[in-house]
Design a protein around this ligand. Sequence first.
Ligand code: KIV
Length: 258
Amino acid sequence: MLPNELVHLKEQGRPITILTAWDSISAAIVEEAGADVVLVGDSLGMVVLGHSSTLPVTIEQLIHHTQAVGRGLSKPQANRPLVICDMPFLSYQCGEDQAVEAAGSLIKNSCATGVKIEGGEPEIIKIISRLVRMGIPVMGHLGLTPQSVNCLGYKQQAKDEQSQEKLLSQAFELENAGCFSIVIEHVPSKIADTLQKQLKLPIIGIGAGLKCDGQVRVTADLLGLSKKQPPFSKPLIDGKQLFINTLKSWIDQQKNHE
Ligand code: KIV
């Protein structure tokens, strides 16, 4: 699937599902479960690498993990989920040339077909437009943007009318710059609903209510494996306890020579 085909899914009213993966095992599970898109998110930094934010993640780490994700996918190319990779903090904020180089190296050295970039400020819009013109598909990301944690925290965004208008206008800018979809994180469902109705490109929500064109989740959150569970992403199972119990019973068997 090509990124632009997500727009057709929106037109058909077929909900889009996106799950994160960080290595070949998680990629194989997410592919087998049937996700449309595998996101190699920079949540990797918190979920897998144990950092307290996504800020320390590097482009080299994302290339390394996206390569592992590629090795985990096994369906024929035509039936594989689309792989999108996050551009980490400081890989695109320093200017268009650096952004093209960083995004290009992700695409060139891994199975990623496109990249995801946070924010909708004028500088970011210019960078996105350049990347798209250079043939690199871009997914936008508005609302709670974890790379801005030191300015915004992890709080819900766009709560008042003024910030909702700003979000709406940034979303239109992203559409005009050529993004193929936008992730919208931790905002009131009312604004996600408005975006879904007014934009042609798919709106993918996380903590943004149900009226989006699709949903994205950090796989470790859904499986109950994350150290810190976001309030808007409830686990479906207590995976950590399940794994502990399973391993504990193996260890007990060994100790008892069973
Ligand atoms: O890094 C990530 O996993 C993300 C999702 C939360 C959308 O950006």
